[in-house]
Design a protein around this ligand. Structure first.
Ligand code: C2E
Ligand code: CA
Ligand code: CA
Length: 561
């Protein structure tokens, strides 16, 4: 069997270099094989692949489109998603998916597509993508270790079940936790026999007409027509008991099971979605600490998908220099006379549909993924540029910038700030760093040292959201800062009671007594303003009463009045 070497692949293409191996491999493989040169996007197909699907040549340039008509319509999205994922994968990463592919007899059969990105051993640059498409219905129907039916049979049996009108029930996946530790410690032979025993025990606790199927790795699948969540929980409790029994075989074994369940038709009514949802639920059971069952929840899943999507978009946005982020500026005024003192820079993000997303929806994600570090640099750079510009109209204009704790932890943060101040030749005493509220400051000593260093540089320090979280009065005595920002919540409940009014008044007195200035956030009405000014003697105010966060050009009009 030989591969046509057509002129399409360049001499230096990695495809040329591997042709010999590829030919040797394909002559002994039943699977469909393909290799993609990521540089030229040329794709080399195995002969059986070309012939079975009547593709025009062994070398093609758009496999996605060529294959699409042969893929079962409900599964096309799965295939497209896998293709999208592999294009953005790094070297060494694998992406796989199952879908139904047209067979020569006109039926659709389940296949598994597995793709891996490879490349030169000397560079991280991905060069080549190799793919294998395996027909699941042609591999042995039963697993040789457990004797259980395999995934392809699970899929086809479940497909039949779902063809019944009014079918309702549950799809469940069960995975053994830490089982690989057992094979690691006791060897594969013991592992296999323990696994067989577990499979047998689980089968025994299932109702007689329910089959257990073997899925990938140490996991099982099953579906239970007409089952209610309560029944499923009871059955899972029995599975947990089985796991304890296996400990009797060898008393040092500690192995538990987790499970995920999705309900049909409520969650979905097609095989692939149901199995995927059950796997999502399994992942949740894992996250909650294993040894438990979780049910698929559409709302949480959609939120998670949204976050993942947003994370992806933000990653791209950062790579393009943060171009979809922008800053709004909210005025901060002198409480005595309402005179403008400066602004707080507040981050916004344009979603890909052009809508503006508020920071509470993405800052936690930026922090968790540490993307706040590059974005934080961008925020400081731009806020400093704007402050410098506006100091042209108002030399003592102050700019408040929110700083996340994760930024403080980064080694390059201080030198970056120092350099930014020098480059823009801005007076550091016009810059205020606000430490954004966070519950997890463990190392106050470190935070204090960081702030002291910025203080020495001349930058002012503000404690944000005072009174809403970690920050309380007791903590003021060992924290060096210039300004306390009292949270909006205190203003919101001013009218509720005399106690609230006194609490605010005395908190402000206390801050003043230790030499700190106080800014109140969230002032929305004249009544609130007058109370704060006359009774509380607060120093600065920020709130809708004096101005909303505004775009740069809108804010700038304040100087030109
Ligand atoms: P924050 O630092 O407490 O910012 C004040 C928030 O209160 C802003 O919401 C502002 O629009 C809102 N606000 C101000 N005055 C009023 C008022 O009178 N009434 C009401 N109802 N709300 C008022 P925003 O812009 O949505 O920001 C939310 C939070 O996101 C900020 O709270 C801050 O924790 C975080 N954030 C915003 N920008 C950044 C940033 O550049 N970096 C970091 N790390 N966090 C940021
Ligand atoms: Ca703030
Ligand atoms: Ca605040």
């Amino acid at each position: 069997m030989s591969t046509n070497t057509t002129p399409y692949i360049g001499e230096n293409s990695p495809l040329n270099q591997i042709t010999t191996y590829f030919n040797a491999l394909q002559s002994s493989a039943e699977e469909y094989l393909f290799v993609v040169d990521l540089d030229s996007k040329m794709i080399l197909l195995s002969d059986n692949f070309m012939k079975d699907f009547d593709f025009p040549s062994n070398i093609v340039d758009d496999l996605d489109n060529l294959m699409m008509p042969f893929i079962y319509h409900d599964d096309r999205e799965i295939f497209e998603e896998a293709m999208r994922d592999i294009w953005t994968a790094d070297k060494g990463e694998t992406v796989q998916c199952d879908f139904r592919l047209l067979r020569s007899n006109g039926d659709y059969g389940w296949v598994n597509l597995k793709m891996t990105i490879g490349g030169d051993e000397f560079s991280d640059q991905p060069e080549i993508l190799s793919g294998v498409i395996k027909r699941l219905d042609e591999v042995a129907k039963a697993d040789y270790v457990t004797g259980l039916l395999r995934r392809s049979v699970f899929y086809s049996d479940l497909t039949k079940e779902l063809e019944n009108q009014n079918a309702h029930g549950a799809v469940i996946v069960i995975a053994l936790d830490n089982f690989n530790v057992i094979t690691e410690n006791y060897g594969h032979k013991f592992g296999d026999s323990a696994f067989r025993q577990i499979a047998q025990n689980i089968t025994n606790v299932l109702p007689p007409d329910i089959h257990l199927y073997k899925l990938d790795g140490y996991s099982f699948g099953l579906f239970m027509p007409d089952a209610m969540p309560e029944e499923i929980e009871i059955i899972f409790a029995s599975v947990q008991l089985c796991m304890r029994e296996i400990r009797n075989v060898e008393d040092t074994i500690y192995c538990t099971a987790s499970a995920g369940a999705a309900l049909y038709p409520n969650d979905a009514n097609d095989v692939t979605t149901l199995v995927r949802y059950a796997e999502v639920a399994l992942e949740i059971a894992h996250q909650k600490g294993r040894d438990q069952i979780a049910f698929f929840e559409k709302e949480a899943y959609d939120r998670w998908r949204y976050d993942i999507g947003m994370q992806n978009l933000m990653q791209n946005c950062i790579a393009r220099g943060c171009e979809d982020f922008f800053l709004c500026y909210q005025p901060q005024v002198d409480a005595k006379d309402g005179r403008l003192l400066g602004a707080e820079a507040l981050l916004r993000w344009y979603d890909n549909d052009g809508s503006v997303v508020a920071p509470m929806q993405f800052i936690p994600m930026l922090e968790k993924s540490r993307m706040i570090i590059p974005v934080g640099h961008w925020i400081i750079e731009n806020a400093v540029i704007m402050a410098k510009k506006w100091q042209h109209y108002m030399p003592d204009f102050q700019m408040s910038i929110n700083i996340s704790l994760y930024q403080l932890e980064e080694r390059m943060f201080y030198p970056f700030v120092e350099d930014c101040i020098a480059r823009h030749q801005i007076d550091p005493s016009t810059i205020i760093f606000e430490l954004t509220e966070s519950h997890n400051i463990y190392d106050w000593d470190f935070v204090n040292k960081q702030f002291a260093a910025f203080h020495d540089l001349g930058i002012k320090i503000a404690i944000d959201d005072f009174g809403s979280g970690y920050a309380n009065i007791g903590f003021l005595k060992n924290f060096k800062c210039d300004l306390i920002k009292i949270d909006r919540m205190f203003v919101e409940n001013l009218h509720e009671s005399e106690f609230n009014r006194n609490l605010l008044k005395y908190s402000i007195m206390l801050c003043h007594s230790v030499g700190m200035e106080v800014l109140i956030e969230g002032v929305e009405t004249e009544e609130e303003y007058l109370y704060l000014r006359d009774e509380c003697k607060v120093d600065q105010i920020q709130g809708f009463y004096f101005g909303y966060p505004e775009m740069e050009d809108v804010f700038e009009k304040r100087f030109k009045k």
